[in-house]
Design a protein around this ligand. Structure first.
Ligand code: S3P
Length: 178
């Protein structure tokens, strides 16, 4: 059974743009609260049996988005975990509808400049482009991140450890963590 908004959250799902610190914050929060971490990008690569770059190159973005949905559906059966979601998980409506039903969705907000500075040049992100394109992509996605989120943490200028401790306190306040 899925639980979520209104039924008591199960997973803690971190969403946000590439470079918002989801993976690092997930690991830090896991150390602080003892919940396991699920990295969605890694999980999809295992599920499909190919790296994300190959999936994009061979099958295109739409296929990757449907793998994301398939992967999220499978999370309903997992024990409560901290899920570090792919940056584009909010792009399709089926994923946007599913996310809040899987647990407490946390938007890690970051500006385009800081996101780019944190990512550097990574060849493993097919949608990573120049600064101007990144700004457009971020602007386009902002309303979707906000729509799915139960809470937002501003990560600007903060180290992952500080973000994780702010997040832990906020989750305790809401009774998601004890
Ligand atoms: C994507 C972000 C990536 C990965 C894929 C697509 C996106 O995840 O899912 O390259 O559309 O923003 P990270 O946010 O973990 O880099």
């Amino acid at each position: 059974m899925m639980a979520g908004r209104g039924h008591g959250a199960r997973h803690i799902l971190l969403v946000g743009f590439m470079g918002s610190g989801k993976s690092t914050v997930a690991r830090e929060l896991s150390i602080a609260c003892g919940w396991p971490v699920i990295d969605m990008d890694d999980g999809i690569e295992r599920m499909v049996g190919r790296p994300i770059t190959d999936i994009f190159a061979d099958e295109g973005e739409a296929a990757f988005r449907s793998y994301e949905h398939e992967y999220l559906l499978g999370l309903a059966d997992e024990r409560p975990s901290i899920v570090s979601c792919g940056g584009g998980v909010v792009v399709t409506e089926p994923c946007r509808e599913l996310l809040p039903r899987l647990g407490c969705v946390v938007f890690l907000e970051v500006g385009a400049d800081e996101a780019l500075a944190r990512i550097g040049s990574s060849s493993s992100r097919p949608l990573l482009k120049g600064a101007a394109e990144m700004r457009v992509l971020l602007e386009e996605r902002l309303p979707w991140y906000r729509a799915v989120a139960d809470m937002t943490i501003d990560t600007s200028g903060k180290e992952p450890g500080r973000i994780a401790s702010e997040l832990k306190a906020a989750l305790e306040e809401r009774g998601v963590l004890r």
